[in-house]
Design a protein around this ligand. Sequence first.
Ligand SMILES: Nc1ncnc2c1ncn2[C@@H]1O[C@H](COP(=O)(O)OP(=O)(O)O)[C@@H](O)[C@H]1O
Ligand code: SF4
Ligand SMILES: [Mg+2]
Length: 311
Amino acid sequence: MSLLSVDRLSTHYPAAAGTVRAVDDVSLEILEGETVALVGESGCGKSTLGKSLMRLVDPTSGRVTFKGRDVAAMSGKELQAIRRHIQMIFQDPFASLNPRQTIRAILTAPLAVHGIGDRKSRDAIAASMIAHVGLPSDSLDRYPHEFSGGQRQRIGIARALILQPELVICDEPVSALDLSIQAQILNLLVEMKTELSLSYLFISHDLSVVRYFADRVLVMYLGRIVESAPTARLWSDAKHPYTRALLAAVPDPSRRKQAAPITGDLPSPHNPPSGCRFHTRCPLATDICRSDDPAYRQMGSGHTVACHHAQ
Ligand SMILES: Nc1ncnc2c1ncn2[C@@H]1O[C@H](COP(=O)(O)OP(=O)(O)O)[C@@H](O)[C@H]1O
Ligand code: SF4
Ligand SMILES: [Mg+2]
């Protein structure tokens, strides 16, 4: 069953130097219970896409449908209500936690906003959530600065999950953490998914993080999805030169054919290259790539790619 469907979504930011086309004509679907990864290098529009899905930023055009309801058209109360079902976990848990609030206040605020329970029952829910995410039981009366980076991300996860959402957008939830802590937080997210029947949109600039975790991967380049495939298939048979270059940057002795890692900078989203946006960095680019935007082509079950020369 489809949980979230995105149809030709664009989110542009007005700027002095010209419009930033951060997300440009993106369509995707997330099924109930699925973990969909969204990968691509920094600046390609991943966070903007994630925020657009729950209207933390307003899309410029297109449709976002959550369980059959048009999120882009919602306002006021309706939008507030939908945010109970779609939550976001951010990269930097410290920046997203109010330093002057206790963990109790941070965790009970969303419950109060949505009119759930009385003070006593909200406290009980917060205490149970703290235990769920593996924080010490005396955490509730402490402040964010008293916790380590990994613990703060556990608080961020507790806050996102306390309303029992259905879809959680995880925006690089482990990128700011030490390598040794990353696996613990990923494991917690996997446990929570099973326990609470969640679906995830898991954003990462690092393909290796999503490999053992995601059902499907969407590869984003300069505001567009350029390839989409089940995770194992993407690993074994990536078609888009950009995906191949990303994979080449991931050390993996089991892969024989190695493409060259990507070089050069991401072009400006103010004025994306003509034709295929990747042509300025693509080793396979020909004339048609410079003039024509490649359409999506089906490359097998659940595998689509936007490239003139994909085989
Ligand atoms: N609030 C904003 N105003 C103007 N430009 C923005 C804003 N937020 C992001 N951008 C620009 O939009 C593009 C995509 O950014 P972002 O969605 O943060 O990408 P990612 O999460 O993949 O790093 C970048 O060029 C970034 O500079
Ligand atoms: S369409 Fe052309 S430039 Fe774009 S990825 Fe394919 S080969 Fe490279
Ligand atoms: Mg980001």
